[in-house]
Design a protein around this ligand. Sequence first.
Ligand code: E4P
Length: 220
Amino acid sequence: MKLFLDSAKTDEISRALELWDVDGLTTNPKHVQASGKSFRVAIEEIAELFKGTDKPVSVEVNPHITDWKQMVSEGLELSKISPNFVIKIGASEAGFKAIRELTAQGVRCNATLIFSVAQAWHAARAGAAFISPFLGWKEQHGDSASSFILEVRTMLENFGYESEIIAAAIRNASQIGNASVDGAHCITAGMAVYEDSFRNPYTNMGEKIFQDAWDATPQS
Ligand code: E4P
């Protein structure tokens, strides 16, 4: 399962590239806002960080656009900035049409804001390179997301679609583990979620036990 960072902050991204060799990046308008930079500056700086790699970087079109032709035109413009850019488009009738058109023109797309298997199927039919089911948002609003990734994966395999699932809006290590078991091709989460996932209280407890044993043992 590929590890994508969900962020638009260049300091976080540089750190994650260096320490974790992240496989790619996802951004969204919230992340760009949190970077404190203009959209253009933020995505150009991000493009620079990934230059010369084959790592995908998802960049979202203006979410106000409802016309598929405008989505295509903006997607084409964005894709000229960096060969790493994957155009992120929200699930909708117009969005799926735009994904179909961009894909036909050789531009990879990430269908975002996916909350049902039906939406994932529309995205796969349209040729989306990536499909992003949002687990955290579903659970936050009382829906169960426990079988969502497995269902989307089963749908893709039933028909031989080549789209990759990005398990998105991940909030904890348990969701990371479940997504990997359920067959997500990629996962995207914020820096803090990954940092938590490295740790476990039992590991700390074990380290203390071993340190105490080490200290009580003559070393020569
Ligand atoms: C995924 O690509 C999204 O950017 C992301 O996971 C959205 O959720 P969040 O920002 O609430 O985590």
